[in-house]
Design a protein around this ligand. Structure first.
Ligand SMILES: [Fe+2]
Length: 556
């Protein structure tokens, strides 16, 4: 598998490289009927690949970025073909770009056929971009939908083998990115111990704060061949998490933002959001409100995907453990989505056609409460003491063991839905009211999880499949004394609703939906420190439709 992967990677790189530099014809004749020579096209190069995104049944966003030899307006033409050789062009057009949009190019191509694969490319004069492949959404009855789900791709932390592996598949309808597509830190910041060795020091070297910083950071990430390959292979449906702005973002601030020295948070957020939409193949639901990113995608009658924003638009500030123990997180007015998004989601859950209702969002929704003794001192000793007490028959427990079993459990991460229990109950109530089959996708934690989703009454309402990271480190870094297999095995015993955990491997999730089930394959790579890697499906789980079946179960 490794050898084959490398061979295909080589072929892919050769193909992309040769297209970009070859002597090629212009996409369209000039059509001039006088002798005036056509103005010479500006000299450009394509250093950041191509991308597509936000597919609907009749349209898709196409994206590229040109790097001009000199500043100025750049005319860019584009074409969409039904075949990889571009023998049959079905759509074409032209646009312009300039420094005001960082020379990014974004076209919303309409009038396409549903459930159809298309090929696309751009040109400036005779200078053609690499080609990309994309696919529109299906309508009506649909047999199967397959999505690759990603989060937390940290350039200095390692190679993007996770993207490379997904890009090599040919069975995916789209990729879904749940955020932390970039990280804001400077050189020497989070998870960058091996960045110099890997040749992946952050650009710019400082933390991203201004618009120009975020633009340069996206540009660096998009030079990555594996990320370019993923974007060129399939459409992406993306939302931001916190690091597209700053760590632990909420609506009016972030843990990693200091107003005194780093300017107004609102200015930083606006810059980050502008760069995000310039560089990502997103379609704004409301052009006047770039901060509004929540939106839906219907894969016929089979699956409706609702992409949510749990960070920017409505989140109240996080509480700390002390405040949580005082009950402050349980304020019924506390918001994670915000009132407007909450109302919108309730309407989507009521009216959208998908047999499966899938929430594409950032932070863990499941209840992740762990015993207080483990939360306060995580390690082998506290876990073993608790699990030993738990497995000892009640009548045989020592007083100390009885106290361990009786102690309260507290959420391990108050930056997740656990810090907003009323907001979680509101979403789950809407799911219950509409008798929906719910699958929640999550990222953010850098670990893989599968959980039953329960509301505050203890009723199981749906399931959550949470993907590991592309490259950011997981618990293996924070709990280095606990063997990974032991830690992964212990978590489901410590946490009531948790069914599965892998806390040491980088990976992605393949979600396969049919009328009979939604199956989650947790794919892991064995290294991000070398371009030579092996990928395995580490675990497969599923959920079945219908009341009484809405929980995580083994695959058949
Ligand atoms: Fe992350």
């Amino acid at each position: 598998m490794t050898t084959e992967s490398n061979r295909r990677r080589f072929l892919r790189n050769v193909t992309l490289g040769s297209v970009a530099v070859g002597g090629v014809l212009p996409l369209a004749a000039c059509g001039s009927d006088d002798d005036t020579p056509a103005p010479e096209a500006p000299k450009v190069s394509y250093q950041h690949g191509v991308a597509s995104g936000d597919p609907q049944s009749d349209r898709v966003i196409l994206w590229t970025r040109v790097t001009p030899a000199a500043d100025g307006e750049v005319p860019v033409s584009w074409e969409v073909a039904s075949d990889a050789q571009f023998a049959t062009i079905v759509k074409s057009g032209s646009t312009t770009t300039n420094a005001a949009r960082d020379y990014t190019v974004k076209v919303d191509v309409t009038g396409l056929a549903a459930a159809t694969r298309y090929h696309y490319r751009f040109a400036v004069g005779a200078q053609r971009s690499p080609a990309g492949s994309t696919k529109t959404l299906p309508t009506g009855n649909v047999d199967t939908v397959r999505l690759a789900v990603f989060s937390c791709s940290n350039y200095p932390a390692g190679y993007f083998n996770v993207y490379a592996d997904a890009a090599l598949r040919n069975d995916l309808d789209a990729s879904v990115h749940l955020g932390d597509y970039i990280y804001e830190y400077g050189v020497g910041g989070y998870a960058s111990d091996t960045a110099a060795t890997l040749g992946r020091l952050s650009v710019p070297p400082t933390e991203t704060i201004q618009l120009a910083d975020y633009r340069r950071r996206y540009a660096q990430y998009r030079t990555d061949a594996d990320l370019q390959a993923l974007h060129a292979a399939m459409p992406m449906i993306a939302v931001w998490d916190d690091h597209e702005i700053a760590n632990d973002t909420w609506k009016n601030g972030a843990e990693n933002h200091t107003e005194g020295t780093e300017g107004k948070f609102a200015d930083r957020r606006a810059a980050a959001i502008q760069a995000y939409h310039e560089w990502m193949p997103t379609r704004l639901p409301d052009a006047a409100r770039p901060e509004k990113i929540y939106r839906s995608f219907d894969f016929g009658n089979l699956l409706s995907l609702h992409m949510l924003d749990t960070r920017n638009i409505g989140r109240d500030q996080q509480v700390d453990v002390t405040a949580y123990l005082q009950g402050l997180a349980h304020d019924p007015a506390r918001q994670l989505l915000g009132a407007e998004q909450n109302t919108w989601l309730a309407t989507q859950l009521q009216t959208s056609k998908g047999q499966w209702q899938v929430l594409g969002q950032q932070v863990l929704m499941s209840r992740m409460s762990i015993p207080a003794s483990v939360a306060q001192d995580p390690g082998v000793a506290t876990m073993t003491a608790y699990l030993t007490a738990l497995q000892t028959p009640a009548g045989a427990r020592t007083p100390e063991q009885a106290a361990l079993v009786a102690q309260p459990k507290i959420p391990y991460n108050l930056d997740a839905w656990d810090g907003y229990p009323a907001a979680r109950d509101a979403v789950l109530a809407a799911v219950k009211a509409n008798d929906r089959n719910l699958v929640v996708l999550a990222g953010d934690t850098h670990n893989a999880w599968a959980s039953d989703l329960t509301d505050s009454t203890g009723q199981v309402v749906g399931v959550e499949f949470a993907t590991s990271s592309v490259s950011s480190p997981g618990f293996e870094v924070y709990l280095p004394t606990v063997p990974p297999a032991q830690l992964g095995g212990a978590f489901p015993m410590l946490i009531d609703d948790l069914v599965y955990a892998d806390t040491s491997r980088r990976g992605y999730l393949v979600l396969k939906a049919t009328a009979q089930e939604v199956r989650a394959d947790f794919v892991f790579v064995n290294t991000i420190a070398s371009h030579t890697y092996q990928a395995v499906v580490g675990q497969s789980l599923r959920t079945l439709p219908g009341a009484g079946n809405r929980k995580v179960v083994p695959v058949a």
